[in-house]
Design a protein around this ligand. Structure first.
Ligand code: ZN
Ligand code: MN
Length: 483
């Protein structure tokens, strides 16, 4: 049997305000070539100046992923000739990168939904080789008879996260990217949106006979723009390589392009055309002593998604699944936590946020940050239900009104006259009235037909115009009929 081995190289656009080695602004979607200067256009004689914030963000990423941050890192020139890089070299880090080692934890809910029941290595963490910092290149745009180049992206800070080749399935690659993306967004280092090119992934994949210590011929796949696309590309490529090997075909080391519409990979180039980059230290840039800013970076490390999930389960009694949904986005986690804090039953708050609030927000395309229901009001609504002041059904009605008007739940309950009657005196009277009017049901109940109580209960609810607290009514009736 043949088994796959996968390693991922992920390029992440950092969310700095300016570029890596000049002061040009970093802005997605600006008119082409509107953010350029002699440095990022590669004019002769222009000198680079390091962006300290980009270094700090990379170090922060390293801290979040458990990497070692060496005291010294440095920048090198990677030489190649391509229109997207007018200097004819890219400034990157070769043998002394900013972060070494580390790992990306794969949690159960980071896997594709259909694969969560059959996780082959639960609790696995994929180790990292390194993280280095470099500058991005310009963006080529191919027209019918010509190619345009937009230098707005040239020189923007790019972080490259390289994994060890120890991912063993397309589903693990999916979980790796989902987990990594979440952590990057939590740290505020990138928006990490694959469709916008803020997170770009190259996959190295090979197949080998199970148990063989030697890796198979490595094939690199480029050009994937979604996490599910990575999964599909890998599944296709593993099947293609397996089939080729079984037919006795000899694979050659090469780079392939994934076409998501066609659902296939296509060969771009073979190893014969691989570059010799002739790396050497960039003489314009001094080595960096990271100790100068590590104290500040350590203070910036946020609580990570995994830590938050554990704490939510421990402190609020929610399920692991609830916690994974609530901690999937920092803003959502903040919302839930503020609403659950001091609530009668935090688990009910979790249910309302996950089932009702999130689906309502999704339906209207609203983000949690713009949520029309303030946290205190959300807690207020759930408390009204948990204390029995309004029924769950009434709660849904109040919730819909809160979404539409942003009014506090108490005000809506008051205006709509929804309050459940929990005043026992009033309920006793209604129960007596219903018992007197339901001789048949009473007789049946007393003869042992327990369900007969429901029709009497229905009478009470009707008399109260639906406002009686059903639980209390049940208790009162049971007591009265037992006598
Ligand atoms: Zn510039
Ligand atoms: Mn790179």
């Amino acid at each position: 049997m043949l088994v796959p081995t996968i390693g991922l190289e992920v390029h992440v656009q950092l969310k700095t305000r300016s570029k890596m080695f000049c002061g040009c602004p970093v802005e997605y979607g600006a008119p082409p070539n509107s953010h350029t200067c002699p440095v990022c256009l590669g004019y002769p004689g222009a000198l680079p100046v390091m962006n300290e914030e980009a270094l700090k963000m990379s170090a922060l990423t390293g801290l979040m992923l458990g990497c070692a941050i060496p005291d010294i890192c440095k920048f090198d020139r990677k030489n190649y000739f391509y229109p997207d890089m007018p200097k004819n070299y890219q400034i990157t880090q070769y043998d002394q990168p900013i972060c070494a080692g580390g790992a990306v934890p794969l949690h159960d809910f980071a896997y594709p939904k259909d694969a969560q029941k059959s996780i082959t290595h639960p609790g696995k963490a994929v180790r990292l080789t390194r993280i280095h910092l470099e500058e991005d290149v310009a963006k080529s745009q191919h027209f019918e008879t010509s190619t345009g180049i937009d230098f707005n992206r040239a020189g923007t800070p790019l972080m490259e996260i390289v994994s060890e080749p120890e991912i063993t399935s397309p589903e693990e690659a999916f979980a790796y990217l989902t987990s990594l993306q979440q952590i990057l967004v939590y740290g505020g280092v990138s928006d990490a949106d694959m469709e916008k090119g803020q997170l770009r992934c190259d996959c190295n994949v090979s197949v080998r006979p199970e148990g063989s210590p030697e890796l198979g011929v490595k094939i690199e796949i480029k050009n994937m723009n979604s996490i599910s696309g990575v999964r599909r590309a890998l599944a296709y490529e593993i099947a293609r390589q397996t089939d080729a090997v079984q037919r006795g075909e000899k694979l050659i080391q090469s780079t392939r392009r994934w076409d998501d519409d066609a659902g296939q990979t296509f060969q771009m180039r073979t190893k014969e055309s691989a570059h010799d980059y002739r790396y050497f230290p960039d003489p314009d840039l001094l080595p960096v002593d990271t100790r100068a800013f590590m104290a500040e970076v350590r203070a910036r490390r946020p609580e990570l998604p995994g830590e938050k999930r554990e704490r939510f389960v421990r402190d609020f009694g929610v399920t692991a699944y609830d916690a994974s949904v609530l901690a999937s986005e920092n803003a959502l986690a903040v919302y839930f936590e503020a609403a659950a804090q001091g609530a009668r039953n935090p688990k009910s708050v979790a249910n309302w946020v996950i089932n009702d609030l999130l689906s309502a927000l999704n339906a209207s395309g609203t983000s949690i940050v713009e949520c029309p229901i303030f946290v205190g009001q959300m807690r207020g609504l759930v408390d009204l239900i948990d204390s029995g002041e309004i029924s769950n059904k009434q709660g849904k009605e109040v919730f819909a009104e809160m979404l539409a008007t942003s009014l506090p739940p108490e005000v809506i309950v008051e205006r709509k006259g929804l309050k459940q009657v929990s005043d026992t005196g009033a309920l006793e009277a209604l129960c007596d009235q219903a018992i007197a009017a339901s001789a048949k049901a009473v007789a049946e109940y007393k003869a042992g037909k327990v369900q007969a109580i429901n029709s009497i209960k229905g009478q009470v609810m009707k008399l109260s115009q639906g406002k009686a607290n059903p639980q209390l009514v049940g208790e009162i009736l049971a007591r009265k009929l037992a006598g």
